[in-house]
Write a protein that binds this ligand. Structure first.
Ligand SMILES: *[C@@H]1O[C@H](CO)[C@@H](O)[C@H](O)[C@H]1NC(C)=O
Ligand SMILES: *[C@@H]1O[C@H](CO)[C@@H](O)[C@H](O)[C@H]1NC(C)=O
Length: 754
């Protein structure tokens, strides 16, 4: 596979050639998988055929509307599609009994005295079982985590009767439901092309879980409202966006070199979408989508005159818009896999939601000498050289020189400056560019700061939407203390027990829980605070505070604990600039990995602190510390994180909550330079080794399994997985995983290593 061949691909061809697409793509989506109508054979005339199909579709849709079906509150199609395997008509094969063996532990190391936890335990195998071992979620027995004394479920047997069939997974609200329509403005569907012929495709999921697959060790699907009774393979996830078919067919050619039995199902309804012929322009598609839906959103000038409004019987709620700001930079190598990921983001977040989200690429132009504002030809050349054509219209260019201009003046000394880098530079102050972006985009209420080397195995809308909803439900009482601790469900019990536990631990520590703005020597008020304004909602000001913050949208949602940086041993804990050095360093909070959601008002606070007070802190620390100082609502959302080895649960808690008062902060923090290695076996941390391994196995490429003497490391051991292994008759097939975030993904196709 050629890398970067996007540059050489031809420009868009004429739209008329689209008409060669399978005509099925213009029919309404079949509502019921099994009811595949065979009558067309009887009705030769295609007009009659269409009329009958349309009638049937309209009839079944109205039945659904009338009788409701079994609707998920969020309208997931999976809930009313028949999920019994229909694959038997596709693949004739004998029933098989698959035996999933117990892990072969003999290559593992004995416990060494100095062996760190993440290398000390035996590897788990259940992640690598495939689709043939799919079982209903209720029958699923995880290899891990287990309480001490709980027996291994292996060996496990699975009866295999043929490949299961995936179905569309739609985590968006049911925009056509009467419930939605009563409360909201109508949602106009969005299309990939200008002629509104090609609807945005849905991704596909399998119903069930793969037998033996471990459960997440940290965080929880069900707590956050993420579906955990479904799994995704590479074709269901990315097939709609161009994985699994050739350039000739308008695909990206990736995935053809992997096992792909039964993958055709994914394109049955839409055909293989020819992104080349569409001449896909994602920014333009987003703009069209927003334009046809702008009445839906808060702050829109188009909501009609007061007279028109008073004539309406019901006021419909408008919803806030959210920007997804991907931090790109010049020199980034755009691979076909990266293109798939960003196509998925725009489709799932922006187009499929009727413009609720909008994806932006905030492109850091590293060469400050480029006259990007003076000369459009230069700006265009930078885009041409650094970003695939289809994403050009999503880009906003910026430079560090621009930050020096926007935030002029003396920032004063830093408490410590371990990196020695420029205070306006992206390394220490990545937030500056985001602050400016937010100030110049008043149309958005929330901003997801997102990184190029993050992947979400699942539908992005489900992730972003559910995190926002969950965070909104959280109380501000005990919020900072809960957010400072990793949630390990198998060890801590349910969320109520966890909340109780943290309350008890806070009490036992003798410190009082943080509530509202934090005072410290040298603190200066914001303009709004001088005017007597507070960021606390009314529910926190009087009464018993039991509902304090409940129902309030979060100002900061992070994906790792928000820990106390003081004495944490985190390298940049004292990279704090602009405060009087004669005062104690202000209290700080930090969350590693900058992928997070920030509210407009948090960014306004950060902006004012930067330009007016010349305060800043290292990138991972500034947002959370500003929320702490000014009493904004900040939560860590415990999303599901998996681990590669069979740690005992006590060790997990000791390693990840080994900081002060059983938290992830202060002395003993897992973010201490000496402790960070514990994250290497997880699926989510900047130095994770397991994230890439698991992701590439899921993509269908063989990987060294990391098993070997002295605990084994990344790149050691035996090559496992990949096409040859997945295609053998006794293999369980390609991987199907529950949704998860993976980071960092530094490469995807094996050729990128060459
Ligand atoms: C387990 O691993 C050992 C050592 O690599 C190997 O000799 C043995 O055949 C393996 N056993 C099974 C059941 O795979
Ligand atoms: C918290 O403390 C209370 C009172 O001592 C106790 O009953 C409860 O079990 C504790 N909860 C947890 C989760 O430790």
């Amino acid at each position: 596979m050629e890398r970067g061949s996007f540059l050489s691909r031809g420009s868009s061809s004429s739209l008329s050639s689209l008409l060669s697409l399978d005509e099925k793509s213009f029919l309404p989506l079949p509502v019921h998988q099994k009811a595949r109508i065979r009558v067309p054979a009887l009705l030769g005339h295609s007009l009659y055929r269409r009329v009958i199909l349309w009638c049937a579709a309209v009839l079944s849709l109205s039945c659904l509307a009338l009788f409701g079906g079994i609707r998920h509150p969020r309208g997931a199609i999976l809930d009313w599609v028949d999920l019994r395997p229909t694959a038997k008509d596709r693949f004739e094969e004998p029933h098989m009994i698959l035996v999933l063996p117990a892990a072969n532990d003999t290559t593992e190391v004995p416990e060494g005295e100095n062996m760190p936890s993440w290398l000390r335990f035996r590897h788990l195998n259940g992640y690598f079982n495939g689709l043939k071992a799919l079982v209903p979620a209720s029958d699923h027995k995880p290899e891990y985590p287990r309480l001490s004394g709980e027996e291994s479920p292996f060996p496990l047997t699975v009866t295999y009767t043929g490949l299961p069939t995936p179905t569309p997974f739609v985590p968006h609200p049911d925009y056509e439901s009467s419930d939605y329509k009563v409360k909201h403005h109508k949602v106009e569907p969005c299309y990939l092309d200008k002629d509104k012929r090609i609807p945005v495709p849905d991704l596909y999921a399998y119903h069930g879980r793969v037998q033996g697959q471990p459960d997440p060790i940290i965080g929880s699907h069900s707590l956050l409202g993420l579906r955990d009774d479904i799994c995704f393979d590479r074709f269901g996830r990315y097939g709609p966006y161009g994985l699994g078919y050739s350039y000739d067919a308008g695909g990206l050619e990736v995935g053809l070199d992997t096992e792909r039995r039964g993958s055709e199902v994914v394109w049955e309804k839409t055909g293989k979408i020819n992104y080349d012929k569409i001449g896909i322009d994602w920014g333009d598609a987003q703009a069209r989508c927003y334009e046809s839906n702008k009445r839906r959103f808060a702050g829109s000038a188009e909501r009609g005159s007061p007279l028109q409004q008073s004539l309406r019987r019901r006021e419909r709620t408008t919803i806030p818009r959210q920007a997804v700001v991907i931090r790109a930079f010049t020199g980034f190598q755009w691979t076909h896999h990266a293109i798939l990921n960003f196509r998925a983001m725009v489709s799932e977040l922006a187009l499929r939601s009727g413009g609720e989200y909008q994806v932006h690429l905030l492109l850091h132009v590293r060469n400050e000498k480029e006259p990007i504002w003076a000369d459009p030809v230069t700006a265009q050349r930078i885009l041409d050289e650094n970003v695939p054509d289809e994403f050009h219209s999503l880009c906003t260019l910026w430079t560090e020189a621009q930050m020096r201009l926007l935030y002029p003046g003396d920032f004063g000394p830093s408490v410590e400056d371990p990196s020695g880098m420029d205070i306006h530079g992206v390394y220490r102050s990545a937030h500056m560019a985001l602050q400016h972006f937010a100030m110049s985009h008043p149309e958005y209420e929330y901003f997801w700061n997102w990184e190029l080397d993050v992947r979400w195995l699942g539908n992005y809308y489900e992730l972003f939407d559910r995190l926002g909803i969950w965070a909104k439900k959280q109380s501000r009482v005990g919020m900072w203390e809960r957010s400072a601790k990793y949630y390990i469900p198998k060890y801590h019990g349910d969320w109520n027990s966890f909340t109780d536990l943290v309350r008890n631990e806070t009490h036992a520590s003798g410190r009082s829980a943080i509530f509202g703005p934090v005072e410290f020597p040298g603190k200066a008020p914001l303009r709004s605070e001088t005017g007597g304004k507070s960021f606390l909602p009314a529910s926190c000001i009087d009464g018993d505070k039991s509902e304090c913050g409940v129902g309030e949208d979060a100002d900061l949602i992070t994906l790792n604990p928000i820990f106390d940086a003081e004495e944490s041993g985190w390298v940049f804990a004292s990279d704090v600039t602009g405060y009087r050095l004669t005062d104690p360093t202000p209290p700080r909070r930090c969350a590693i990995v900058t992928a997070s959601r920030l509210s407009r008002r948090l960014l306004e606070v950060m902006h004012e602190e930067t330009w007016r007070m010349h305060h800043t802190m290292f990138s991972e620390m500034f947002p959370a510390s500003m929320a702490l100082h000014h009493g904004l609502k900040a939560v860590y959302a415990p999303h599901p994180v998996y681990i590669d080895r069979k740690w005992d649960l006590d060790s997990v808690d000791q390693a990840f909550n080994g900081g002060r008062d059983h938290s992830a902060g202060g002395h003993g923090s897992p973010f201490d330079l000496r402790n960070e290695h514990n994250h290497k076996g997880t699926t989510w941390y900047y130095n994770s080794e397991f994230a890439g391994l698991l992701w590439r196995r899921w993509l269908g490429y063989a990987q060294f399994d990391g098993r070997g003497t002295n605990g084994g490391r990344s790149g050691e051991g035996t090559l496992r997985g990949g096409r040859e292994e997945e295609e053998t008759a006794d293999s369980t097939g390609r991987l199907c995983l529950r949704s998860m975030l993976v980071h960092p993904i530094k490469f995807e196709h094996p050729s990128e290593l060459e």
